[in-house]
Design a protein around this ligand. Structure first.
Ligand code: G
Ligand code: G
Ligand code: MN
Ligand code: NA
Length: 259
């Protein structure tokens, strides 16, 4: 596969770049942070999205150095935003972790080192882990995430609701945020909202808040949807209604407008 062959050199050639999509507080509309989404500017195929190369990076092991680069680069960016923001709290960055990064022995040490290099507190970082990556993990396998959570790194359960984790299992995970998959909020894009979707989101929010977890909703594309989700008690939203993923300069402008 030609993409597979080029992948290792792409990291050395600085062909990867990161787009940022803001996370917005539903109660006040303020920008809370941003998710880092990696892209590959391929010399022949142009810009490739993560779906086109993350699985390859995962199967070839390149995901570990690539993931470390994403962490370094997005925390460097978070630090730069903070310095530009004259005294405001640092902008939090959400970084996706793939299953092999979770199993990598130096995950905790690497993450601590990258935070220290960037001069940021652990609370400036949220690591997103998919529900499916954690299903079946035992206490030993969860330990690195728990150590990071104990230090103050926020852990979010990404694509929540698409996996098969049961509720008692959820309680044992070192997560502080549920990121509700966008399939649950599609039925709220236009009035009237799908009553079943409303009930489901209501139930998830109630469960999450009982467990002291915050709820982030993905894929918010309309104002109607944002308003429904705010009323249902969701905490944070992300989606095209606010902004598509874009270059770091765009996020700086958004947050300055909001501040
Ligand atoms: O914008 P979108 O096409 O960017 O992202 C698609 C998927 O790719 C998302 O589910 C996201 O979790 C994943 N993704 C984006 N960036 C990264 C990354 O740096 N590492 C990993 N492991 N996954 C990522
Ligand atoms: O981590 P993950 O699957 O959750 O990443 C988010 C993915 O969803 C990215 O591919 C991103 O481009 C995409 N996305 C972000 N906002 C929206 C939105 O409002 N609508 C849709 N359809 N996709 C979105
Ligand atoms: Mn994500
Ligand atoms: Na997701």
């Amino acid at each position: 596969h030609s993409l597979t062959n080029r992948l290792p050199a792409a990291l050395d050639n600085s062909e990867f770049f990161i787009e940022y999509q803001p996370l917005v507080g539903l109660a006040d509309g303020a920008v809370r942070g941003a998710e880092a989404l990696v892209r590959w500017l391929h010399p022949v195929h142009g810009v490739l999205g993560p779906d086109q190369f993350i699985p390859l990076a995962e199967s070839t092991g390149l995901i570990v150095p690539l993931g470390r680069w994403v962490l370094e680069e997005s925390l460097r960016q978070a630090r730069a935003w903070w310095q530009e923001g004259s005294g405001q709290a640092p902008m939090r960055v959400n970084v996706n972790l793939s299953p092999s990064q979770l199993r990598y022995p130096s995950l905790v040490a690497d993450t601590v080192a990258v935070l220290e290099n960037a001069g940021l507190a652990p609370s400036a970082l949220c690591l997103e882990v998919t529900e499916n990556a954690l299903i079946g993990a035992d206490e030993e396998e969860l330990r690195p995430l728990r150590e990071l959570a104990d230090m103050g790194v926020d852990i979010a359960l990404d694509d929540f609701g698409t996996g098969y984790s049961n509720l008692s299992y959820l309680r044992r995970l070192p997560v502080s945020t549920l990121k509700l998959d966008r399939s649950f909020t599609r039925g709220m894009q236009r009035a009237p909202a799908d009553p079943v979707d409303v009930k489901i989101v209501e139930g998830i929010v109630s469960l999450a808040h009982t467990l002291d977890l915050s709820v982030t909703v993905e894929g918010v594309e309309t104002g109607t949807q944002a308003e429904h989700l705010r009323i249902l008690g969701c905490d944070t939203a992300q989606g095209w209604y606010y902004a598509r993923p874009g270059p770091p300069e765009r996020l700086r402008m958004l947050s300055l407008v909001d501040a």
